[in-house]
Each structure stands twice: as C-alpha cells, then as structure tokens.
Ligand binder design. Structure first.
Ligand code: TA6
Length: 293
C-alpha cells in the first residue's frame, strides 16, 4: 500500500524541519532542513539523495542526469543494496545490486532528536524484514537492520552504496585501507595487494576490500575537508569510480559528471556476507561527519 504525498505529510511532516514533495514522475521524497543542515530521502529505496551540514559543501553526490522514476535505480545518493551485491550469483536476469534500491519502502516514523531529524522505514524482501533509520543533523547517521523472517538459516549481502561529493576525484585520498588487500573487479576479480599508503584513484577503480577497519576518511584538499566514515557491523568497503569512458556510456551519469564523486561503500559482501538463523537479526551502522583538514 502506498500513501499519497498529502497523507504522508499529514502523518509524518515536522513543521519547519520535514516536508514531503512529489517529483514529476511520481516519486515521493522527504526534504529535511534543520538549523541550516539539509537533507533528502526518497521513499523508493529509502535512498538518501542529499546531506549538507550547516555552512558546508554538499557531502552526498546526486547525478544531474539521475532517473527519478518509479522502478529505476537512482544514480547517486546512498542506494541501499540488499540482499545481493553486484550481479545475482546464479540468476543473470535478476537486477544488479538486489531488490531493495528500487522497492517502495514503508515510512513508519519521523521524529526530531538531539542528533537531528530521524526517519524510519521498513521493507520485507527475500525472506528478511529490513528496518532503516536515517538521522540528518550535523552528522549523518544510518542504521540498517535485517531480521531473518523465514524458517531456514539464510545469507545475504548488503551495502550502503554511498556516492560522496568531492572537489576532484583525482585529487582525493582515502585513509584506512592501507593494510587491506582487495578484489579487483576491473581485473577479473584478481586479488590486489595492500598498498601501505592512502588510496589515490588514477584510473577506473572498482575494488572490494574485506575485513576492513571501522573508520575511514576521504581527504579532499580542493574543498579543504575530510569526510570521516565510522561504521559498525560492516566488514567490507567497496571503492568505485567508473572514470570518463565508462561514465560516458552511462546515460544517467555522462562524461561530464564522473569527476565530482567517489563511492566509498559500507557493507558485508563476498566472504563477509552475513548468515542468520531464523528470527536472528544483524545491524549495520554508518556515521558520516566532516572534519576540517
Ligand atoms: O559498487 C561498485 C559497483 O558494484 C560497480 O561494479 C558498478 O557497477 C557500480 O556498482 C554501479 O552499479 P549500478 O548497478 O548502480 O550501475
């Protein structure tokens, strides 16, 4: 059951802090503003598409060519990837990156807290019950909980596929992965060795890092800031930028938009996938904040 925008606003709006609007193609998004901080979340996919703390440049990138239409994956923001990451393991017809990002989530609760404006949504998918809480304030807090509602032990992969806005992807460096090897998706899944230094992107990059530390940072000299990503319950990090050639072939991105973002994704994928007994739950959290350089 989907509620129309008016009914949603009636039930969930918070005067001066949270409103609901509908895009021309009929998608509903929550628009958050509080004490100068701003944010957006689409109910389709429970997808954060904007977060900007007071007085700062945007932290989340949304492609200017993104499809904002029902059933289409939105290019940018923070897609929620569940219950599989990448191509389906044995069904080539199944959509890339699972079902949650194009599904209609149900909004369950909104509130103002000391940390910011919070929205809670839920979705039943693939034998799991998901709840997702996003809190928009001076920091961005994300909590994804999965409960196995089937009668069998079951496994899933998950990721918060965050597109972080940067001044220039060729100028940033990523700290926290110095001692981790990776699966290189640009080289037939070959294993890459730990670099021993912060990661700089110099070409198309698509890497899965396993068993990573709980704190990473993107240093951006162009905007004189660091985006700090702290997480729990998430053992994998994925780093991605398609570079110009692949970006040009993506209708919802284009060769003019690849420079302004880097994906640094929090998740549990590949050997870090999660297995849950019936009735068991798993929570993955991410907190994003800005540090001056
Ligand atoms: O997270 C990196 C990745 O898995 C890449 O392989 C690339 O395909 C990217 O996701 C985007 O996937 P999408 O299905 O949104 O085009």
């Amino acid at each position: 059951m989907t509620m129309n925008t008016a009914a949603l606003a009636n039930r969930f709006r918070i005067a001066g802090a949270l409103e609901f609007i509908e895009t021309k193609d009929g998608l509903v998004k929550a628009v958050i503003s509080r004490g100068g901080a701003a944010g957006e979340l689409f109910l389709q996919g429970a997808q954060v598409t904007a977060w900007q703390p007071t007085g700062a440049q945007p932290v989340i990138f949304l492609s200017p060519r993104a499809n904002l239409a029902p059933g289409k994956a939105i290019r940018g923001g923070i897609p929620v990837i569940f219950p599989w990451f990448g191509p389906h393991p044995n069904d080539p017809k199944a959509p890339q990156h699972g079902l949650a990002r194009t599904a209609a989530w149900r909004l369950d609760r909104t509130e103002e807290t000391a940390d910011g404006v919070a929205l809670e949504a839920s979705l039943a998918v693939g034998g799991f019950a998901l709840t997702y809480r996003a809190v928009f304030g001076d920091m961005l807090w994300l909590y994804l909980t999965a409960r196995n509602i089937s009668a069998q032990t079951a496994a899933f992969e998950e990721a918060l596929h965050s597109y972080f806005a940067v001044s220039d992807v060729e100028g940033v460096s990523i700290c926290g992965l110095e001692t981790n090897g990776f699966i290189d998706k640009t080289a037939d899944m070959r294993l890459g060795r730990a670099a021993g230094a912060p990661l700089r992107l110099t070409k198309e990059t698509d890497r899965v890092y396993l068993d990573v530390p709980d704190r990473l940072a993107i240093t951006d000299p162009g905007w004189n800031r660091r985006i700090v990503i702290e997480k729990s319950g998430a053992a994998s990090t994925i780093v991605w930028n398609p570079w110009p050639e692949k970006a040009a072939a993506m209708g919802d991105l284009g060769a003019d938009n690849w420079h302004g973002f880097v994906c640094v994704e929090t998740g549990n994928v590949s050997d870090n996938r999660i297995e849950l007994a019936p009735g068991a739950t798993h929570e993955m959290t991410t907190r994003v904040r800005l540090d001056a350089q």
